[in-house]
Design a protein around this ligand. Structure first.
Ligand code: ATP
Length: 362
């Protein structure tokens, strides 16, 4: 099926600086796609090429097969919602939401019907007559979404829209936003540097660094099958272990890490003798129960150095020789955190092998 939105080899320069270096990305209709990456990697710049606020030096931007290059923003049907909301302060909620419809000379009844629909959808009924300064940040943000969607566009562009909200509200609004997006089936591109937001909301995540896309995949793939150390490290907490491949047969490899032999199911092609990097998420390591007998060669002996109680998990920092491991233990009971010597067991089903032997820069 033809992608709905396509960036093809997009290059954007600011003087000598290359902000986008041959970026290609295909987005299916109705998808929620997140551009995720550190500050300055080019997320906003990529989105602006689609919205029409900026033109690439080379490459194409297509929507539904039509080339957008050169079209002014208002002809592109791609409203952009920023973190600053950009509501008109002297207009009420109703006037803010109906602004575009009024400019379009939409008949009064039709305008009223569409505004009411948005008020309902974004839980704003009863607030029509308020001015932006009389509302909370979360309410203002919802007005901004309503204003962007009232015109019935097929694409929504969101640039860090939740970053002015406090942590609890962010989680509420992101859940609500995702539900509405799915209900409307509106193709959405979302810019953030918040990995939790990206993992929880997206159908597809594109991880960016320095004007490049490092990986495109589902949240699951990005988290458990990162393409390289940068992606693994940027998306979540990670332990990197160097290991030597002992054998590789029938989709399972045996890898040795300091005398611990791990049987890892994998499709990554590796050869016996090769040195690889294992990507180990903190929740893929378990602290063996005191007194539990773990077979020889299946665990590592460590010493708990520190811990942090986070309610549903305890995060431990455990020293094993020269290395320090981060472990998220979900086995929280009322007796408090453990201390002293522990044995670490790895859930090998969730380990991922990077073929670079640890040499890839982070
Ligand atoms: P953030 O998360 O901080 O918003 P971002 O990934 O969205 O970052 P962009 O805003 O796309 O990053 O910027 C990418 C790079 O291009 C940055 O180094 C930025 O300084 C540079 N840049 C962006 N706009 C301009 C401009 N108009 N003139 C010169 N440089 C620019």
């Amino acid at each position: 099926m033809r992608p709905y939105i396509e960036f093809k080899n997009v290059v954007k320069q600011f003087g000598n600086f290359t902000a986008l270096d041959h970026v290609s990305l295909e987005i299916p209709k109705g998808a929620f796609v997140t551009l995720l990456g550190p500050s300055g990697c080019g997320k906003t710049t990529l989105m602006r090429q689609l919205a029409g606020f900026s033109e690439p030096e080379s490459g194409d931007v297509l929507v539904d097969g039509k080339r957008m290059n050169g079209l002014p923003p208002f002809k592109r049907n791609t409203p952009l919602v920023f973190q600053e909301y950009a509501l008109f302060p002297h207009m009420t909620v109703y006037e803010n939401i109906s602004y575009g419809l009024k400019l379009n000379k939409t008949p009064k009844e039709e305008m009223d019907r569409r505004v009411q629909e948005m008020l309902k959808m974004f839980n704003l009924v009863g607030l029509e007559k308020r001015f932006p300064k009389e509302m909370s940040g979360g309410q203002q943000q919802r007005v901004a979404f309503a204003r962007a969607l009232v015109m019935g566009q097929e694409i929504l562009l969101l640039d860090e829209p939740l970053s002015n909200l406090d942590a609890k509200l962010r989680v509420d609004v992101r859940t609500e936003l995702r539900q509405i997006q799915q209900k409307l089936g509106i193709t959405t591109i979302y810019v953030t540097h918040d990995q939790d937001e990206a993992l929880s909301m997206s159908d597809i995540i594109a991880v960016m660094r320095s004007g490049h896309i490092e990986q495109i995949g589902s949240p699951w793939e990005i988290y458990f099958r990162p393409a390289n150390r940068f992606v693994a490290d940027f998306v979540g907490t990670v332990n990197f272990l160097t290991a030597r491949i002992v054998s590789a047969e029938g989709g399972t490899v045996a890898a040795d890490h300091n005398g611990m032999l791990l049987q890892i199911p994998t499709e990554v092609p590796v050869e016996p003798g090769e040195t690889v990097t294992l990507v180990v998420r903190p929740e893929c390591i378990r602290l063996a129960e005191p007194g539990e007998s773990v077979p020889e060669g299946k665990s590592l002996e460590g010493q708990i150095e520190n811990y942090s109680f986070l309610g549903r998990i305890i995060r431990y920092w455990v020293r094993v020789g020269e290395e320090q491991f981060i472990i998220d233990d979900a086995n929280v009971d009322l007796s408090g955190a453990r201390s002293g010597a522990v044995q670490l067991c790895l859930d090998t089903r969730k380990l991922h092998i990077l073929k670079d032997g640890g040499s890839h820069d982070t």
